[in-house]
Design a protein around this ligand. Structure first.
Ligand code: NPW
Ligand code: ADP
Ligand code: MG
Length: 295
């Protein structure tokens, strides 16, 4: 990896200007978590910080806010109400709106859970938030329940399904990975979203362009690594990359972190929180190679 040029097509992020400040790198808001799943949204938040976002806020049910806050001091938290099932209720919308105005981008889904109220909340945000938005995990499962799952959005969108989630989105429970990859290109083009179809050689497509990611390994097949990817994409959106570029570079760095990690640990020993520590190594590798001529 070191001394080899970066693959062509990979977005280049310039070195930070000497006079830059946290506002330069954007304000990210991530919504998720529920009783029993505080870790997923924290992993996303930590990855968002390590992805370089200037200010990161996690909006979570108040029942888990202390747990989430204790995982990491560098992000902020924003308390939403908790319903009887331990999840965010629909009436959290007003409280969330207060924070949306000052956010440059939004991610929703990790650890969210699924209720009728959350279906309406996710649909509302998908249809009205005009800035870039990442939808993952239960956010996708909820969108899958709409009449036309990905139609009618109000701004740039990245959706990050694994095969199970993609099958739900398109209503085809037996779709093969090969067919899903073909369909993902069509869906992205028709719905004007970026689709990140996760798995070995994750596909990133906006319907016109596509990227078969060369990094990553089966060490990533462990709970929470997708939550890390969501945070990383959100970080790059906060830094003003467009949705296709943000998704592509995040997928590349995420897989690269896993490849660097298994040199020091093993595939079986890799965890999502362990992966976070290797994001720094991935950035170091990327930055050392970005000024070399591309392949
Ligand atoms: N620490 C935490 O708090 C964590 C919390 N998390 C949270 O948990 C929630 C549920 O998310 P989830 O992805 O675990 O459940 P779900 O969507 O039902 O997926 C499983 C189904 O999809 C399939 N399937 C999956 N991948 C596939 C593939 N590559 N290729 C093929 N099939 C694949 C799989 O099929 P199987 O092969 O297992 O039969 C199964 O049917 C969500 O909110 C998330 O954020 C997690 O992030 C973990 C860490
Ligand atoms: N065999 C594999 N090879 C390469 N990458 C993988 C493999 N299995 C899983 N991954 C990656 O790990 C991540 C898993 O995401 P996801 O299934 O959403 O996990 P979670 O919801 O538990 O965080 C994705 O980025 C996916 O591409
Ligand atoms: Mg996931």
């Amino acid at each position: 990896m070191p001394n080899q040029p970066l693959p062509s097509g990979l977005p280049i992020i310039a070195a930070r200007a000497a006079d830059s400040h946290k506002g330069t790198f954007g304000r990210a808001l991530l919504v998720g978590g529920s009783v029993g799943m505080p870790g997923s949204i924290s992993l996303s938040g930590q990855a968002c910080l390590k992805g370089g976002a200037g200010l990161v806020t996690l909006a979570v049910p108040d029942a888990i806010i202390n747990t989430v806050a204790n995982f990491e001091p560098s992000y902020m938290t924003w308390a939403l109400p908790t319903d009887r099932t331990g999840r965010i209720p629909l009436h959290a919308k007003a409280r969330l709106n207060e924070k949306l105005h000052s956010s440059d981008c939004l991610a929703i889904g990790p650890g969210l859970g699924q209720t009728r109220g959350l279906f309406h909340l996710v649909s509302h945000l998908y249809e009205t938030f005009s800035k870039p938005m990442v939808i993952d995990a239960d956010g996708l499962n909820l969108l899958a329940q709409r009449d036309d799952s990905l139609a009618g959005h109000a701004g740039p969108r990245v959706v990050t399904p694994h095969l199970g989630e993609f099958r739900r989105l398109v209503g085809k429970p037996h779709l093969s990975m090969e067919d899903a990859r073909d369909m993902a290109v069509d869906v992205a083009g028709n719905q004007q979203v970026v689709v990140v179809l996760k798995g070995p050689q994750t596909l990133v497509t906006d319907g016109h362009r596509h990227w078969h990611n060369p990094t990553g390994n089966p060490g990533l097949a462990t709970g929470g690594t997708g939550d890390v990817l969501t945070g990383l994409i959100t970080a790059l959106l906060a830094q003003s990359l467009d949705v296709y570029e943000a998704a592509l570079l995040a997928v590349y760095l995420h897989g690269l972190a896993a490849d660097l990690a298994i040199r020091e640990t093993t595939q079986s020993g890799l965890t999502a929180s362990g992966l976070l520590t290797f994001l720094e190594e991935a950035w170091r590798d990327y930055e050392s190679r970005r000024d070399l001529p591309s392949t």
